[in-house]
Design a protein around this ligand. Structure first.
Ligand SMILES: Nc1nc2c(ncn2[C@@H]2O[C@H](COP(=O)(O)OP(=O)(O)OP(=O)(O)O)[C@@H](O)[C@H]2O)c(=O)[nH]1
Ligand SMILES: [Mg+2]
Ligand SMILES: [Zn+2]
Length: 295
């Protein structure tokens, strides 16, 4: 039987096979795999009883992420908030670049619209070409628009802790009643309420993973990818990447850079370019081509 891993718990995997859920133990040979099976992995299993099975094989992946730890994502739904905890645009830019680099479509969701609206920033991402949905898990605004965006796809929520990922899932499917946590206004950040990754099936062919959020103080390491490939992970930069004076232009501060011209002319967002420069510098420091890191 073929199914999808919906949850992983110390050595066991809950696998959804067309709506039937089986708890599977990984077979011995899985231990020799280089990477652990992840939520979202398509797997072959052998049923042992009505509720149990053995995980035989992980099928080839479309992509995989370390954080959130998921595989085969068609969409990465980046949940942001203008209210506490305020999302740093740099986090959004890092996640969009990560997703695009892995062939996964980023979607930006501005939640807590009832508390704080962020029209300028949402416009930045709309102009960059990403779907942007402004919503509120409390009033229900934008939730149906999000449902349409999720239909027919395998997606994962990500974003900083306390932005409302689990609350949005509850708004999409009120019978889930997932735990959500108060954001501590004093600290300006929430504790992680969601502690494991779990994939949920919703009516209308929606598969969506809830994941633990990022703490606002975390400085994430870059993925070790080639810095020269980073600019193309900002889709709106692509029309400007070929005409620079120098063939090896880093598009950071070089003379005759077409991308910088576009930033100065207001055609490309300066916020997005600043994030690019920061990510480029991190990637340059951490690039280790001789380690031949696997994606
Ligand atoms: N006013 C308002 N509050 C919201 C909204 N969405 C979530 N909240 C509140 O924000 C707090 C955090 O929500 P969670 O859903 O637990 O956030 P999370 O992103 O799942 O957090 P982690 O699981 O820790 O990553 C809760 O107190 C929610 O009630 C919203 O749209 N408007
Ligand atoms: Mg949560
Ligand atoms: Zn350039």
């Amino acid at each position: 039987m073929t199914g999808v891993i919906v949850r992983s718990l110390s050595g066991f995997y809950d696998v959804d096979c067309q709506g039937q859920r089986l708890r599977c133990r990984g077979r011995g040979k899985l231990r020799y795999l280089k990477s652990k099976p992840l939520v979202g992995d398509r797997v072959n299993i052998t049923p042992i009883s009505e509720t149990e099975g053995a995980l035989d094989e992980v099928l080839p992946r479309l992509n995989s992420f370390d954080r959130p730890a998921v595989a085969n994502m068609e969409q990465l739904v980046i949940v942001a908030s203008g209210a506490v905890p305020v999302t740093d645009p740099f986090l959004i830019d890092r996640l969009t670049a990560l997703a695009v680099g892995k062939g996964c479509e980023p979607v930006i969701v501005w939640n807590k619209w009832d508390l704080c609206q962020a029209p300028e920033l949402s416009e930045v991402y709309r102009k960059a070409g990403f779907p942007v949905i402004c919503c509120s898990a409390v009033t229900g605004q934008g939730i149906e628009e999000l449902r349409t965006q999720l239909t027919g796809k395998l997606s994962a929520f990500t974003g900083n802790t306390g932005v409302g990922k689990s609350s949005i899932l509850n708004a999409l499917a009120p019978d889930f009643d997932l735990p959500t946590g108060e954001v501590s206004a004093k600290l300006g950040r929430g504790r992680h309420t969601t502690r494991h990754v779990e994939l949920f099936r919703l009516p209308g062919d929606i598969l969506i993973a809830d994941t633990p959020g990022f703490a606002s103080f975390e400085e994430e390491r870059s993925s070790g990818d080639d810095p020269a490939e980073l600019a193309a992970c900002f889709p709106e930069f692509r029309p400007y990447l070929d005409g620079c004076r120098f063939l090896d232009c880093a598009h950071v501060k070089e003379q005759g850079c077409k991308l910088l011209d576009a930033v100065h002319a207001g055609e490309v967002s300066a916020v997005r370019h600043e994030s690019y420069v920061r990510l480029y510098q991190q990637a340059k420091e951490q690039y280790r081509p001789w380690e031949n890191k696997q994606r």
